[in-house]
Design a protein around this ligand. Sequence first.
Ligand code: HEM
Length: 161
Amino acid sequence: MTAEDPVKKPDLQGRPEIVKLVNTFYDRVRADAVLGHIFDQVAQTNWETHLPKMYAFWETVMFRSGGFTGNPLAAHAKLVALTDMGRDKFDHWLKLFCGTVDDLFVGEHADHIKNCAADMANVIFSRINQVPDPRFDPANLTPEQRERYARYKSQPQPATP
Ligand code: HEM
């Protein structure tokens, strides 16, 4: 291999890569001027429990094997009363997360985890701030989705945590 050959990055395959991604991402989050204080000062996160919870979360999302049983909406809804959890914060979180994925991994699973993160950032942001989810903007819906969403909206909704 010559100096010019890029070293091929691996794809996410399972738990070991999830652990590496989560550890690297939260090292960056803690050092980040926009997000670090939300964990260390506002939520006073216990990293010894939060990191294993996040390994389980992402393993469950990606490989259905992590055994995650938390409540992400409630965890973030609590923060709204304590700090700004606006769109800029979520965009910044997403940029940091996707940048970390890109620095470490390449491939189908790497692309998938970035898409999942973007979807969940949309859901969490819109639910905790009571703003419409852009995925359900009528302008973006197919007729079939519009019909399904109308049915969903007419059902009684569970109380927001
Ligand atoms: C502005 C962006 C975000 C901020 C500031 C943020 C911050 C936090 C904080 C402070 C906690 C609680 C940690 C503790 O227990 O002390 C938490 C929990 C968590 N976050 Fe986020 N978060 C953000 C976005 C996201 C996104 C987009 C996802 C998913 C892709 C996510 C997934 C989770 C999960 C799964 C938990 C654990 C929930 C539980 O305890 O059941 N977060 N987050």
